[in-house]
Design a protein around this ligand. Sequence first.
Ligand SMILES: Cc1cc2nc3c(=O)[nH]c(=O)nc-3n(C[C@H](O)[C@H](O)[C@H](O)COP(=O)(O)OP(=O)(O)OC[C@H]3O[C@@H](n4cnc5c(N)ncnc54)[C@H](O)[C@@H]3O)c2cc1C
Length: 591
Amino acid sequence: MREFLGILSISEGSLHFWYKETMHTAMFVRRIPLARCSSRARCTFKRCFNQKAKNAVEGEDLSPRTSFFKIFGVASTFLTVGFAIGFGLNNGNHSFGSTTKLKDLKPLVYASNDRVQYALSNIVKIVGEDNITTSPGELKTHSEDPSKFIEAKDHEHPYAVVYPTSVDEVSKIVKICYDACIPIIPYSGGTSIEGHYIPTRKGISIDVSKMDKIVAIHEDDLDVVVQPGVEWTYLNEQLEDYGLMFGPDPAPGALIGGILGTNASGTNAVRFGAAKDNVLSLTVVLADGTVVKTRQRPRKSSNGYNLTNLFVGSEGTLGIIVEATLKLHVKPTNEVITMMNFRDLGDASRTVSELFKRGITCNAVEIMDNRQMNAVVQMGSGGDRKWYPDHLLLLKLSAVDDTSLNSILKTVENIGKTNKAFNIQVAKSKEDKEDIWRVRKTLLWNSLGWAKKYKPNAMVLPTDVCVPMSKLPELITKAMAMLESADLLATAAGHAGDGNVHVLVIFEPEQVQEAHRCINEMSKMAIELEGTVSGEHGIGVSEKRELLERELGTDTIDLMRTIKYALDKKCILNPDHIFRIDPSENRNPFK
Ligand SMILES: Cc1cc2nc3c(=O)[nH]c(=O)nc-3n(C[C@H](O)[C@H](O)[C@H](O)COP(=O)(O)OP(=O)(O)OC[C@H]3O[C@@H](n4cnc5c(N)ncnc54)[C@H](O)[C@@H]3O)c2cc1C
């Protein structure tokens, strides 16, 4: 039996009814749009309300003295809760549903210039004059993507860049921005390439690079506590003496905050996973300045929501990471590089699958396609070694001792030969290994140099789709055919062990639209093959925002939007990144 208790509020064109479930003595609220209330319902509501008032006045169930207070009490409770729901929680862009649809939201409005200037005057008091700048150069650096293909317009550059040095400072700055409704753009090393830290609504760039301390190395537990401004290569240098290392290996210059912010990885991912697999705990400053720690340090924990990984890959849209406890790995010793060529991409892919199925653990599994290798041969960039213009598979292998390693190498060679590999070589000396790996590391510049021989004004756009491993040859073959028919040059290289490929699309300035069209088509191909638009670079404010909806479905994006609004109801944290949060905004030029 439901007993009608009253109306809580009228807001956003809806009546909020309050019922008591007498069987279970539970209270609940039912929200009915006014337009959908039948006249009968309106009458029932009126009758019930009148009856309650009548009963109260006649003292049927209440004494006259208490009835006044009870009616007053009930009425004020109704009003308070009604206000809370009607004008508080339900204000602006809040939704009660599990998912939040873009069309149901209102355009976002942020602080005026005057308000920002006042806020900045308070932020200076927190960080000191040396740790805040409005220099045009700094503002530009914090608005410029290394890829140069996504740019902030001049009027979008941040008002200021702030360099906090402690958790407390970050918290205080964020609280000021929250109160004044000023966008915040977290910034670490500035190496992300999808417009991740490009401000879309001015705001304040919070650069964590001065929070660069290694707080504690727990050698016996294989973990390390770091501030977000620690560079991963520096961290590995400090871990060298312990024989330990951090797993992900993105661009040199990337800092822990950004690595976690983008869920970055690299060539080591096949063995050590992406950033999300390498973090135990995070301390995060939330949108209103609250500081939370997601968990303690143990390797395992079943302690409720996995908040740690909620923040990993969130691109600064849910909170600012101010400290991280990272997993460490024992650095492989006794490591060699095996290289082998293939005429057919499918054979290379089958080799990788078979290695995995035979239980061979590789520290890296990289592929460079025949166009990429053709560029190496033509440019003579591989040194004295003889290189073939055919697909090249590079494997990093290690074992505890030489006997085990030799046994692994024998198996690898056999599997390769079964799949028509040729030119199988093993590099054991430091020099040999560096020579081979250099070809992999310099492929971007090598491809560009080669392309400029044919197209002097050539530019390159790196891509980052990822598919189930076995589908990689199909993806690369289809993508190359499409690019060729669009008169675009391209080479491909990737993390074959993860199905992640970077097709480098090379074009002249007048072909930029066509290049973007093809890249979008390639993303669609990856989605068709049950893959993703981004294996490691992330979404930012690139065209992938639109494609992500195709990959995951509208409801999944709407769920992300609910999470965003739940944690950041004023949408001040890196607005507009990953997915749209404002129906009036549309940055993507390629709809
Ligand atoms: C030449 C080159 C090679 C690359 N190779 C790889 C590769 O192999 N693998 C790979 O994964 N990526 C690669 N990248 C991309 C890039 O290196 C990674 O995305 C990297 O993780 C970005 O780190 P960053 O410190 O530069 O972050 P930034 O670019 O400063 O920021 C990245 C994102 O994280 C957010 N963020 C920054 N700090 C914080 C914080 N403290 N809390 C919360 N959010 C934060 C920012 O708002 C932004 O959205 C490459 C890039 C280049 C230019």
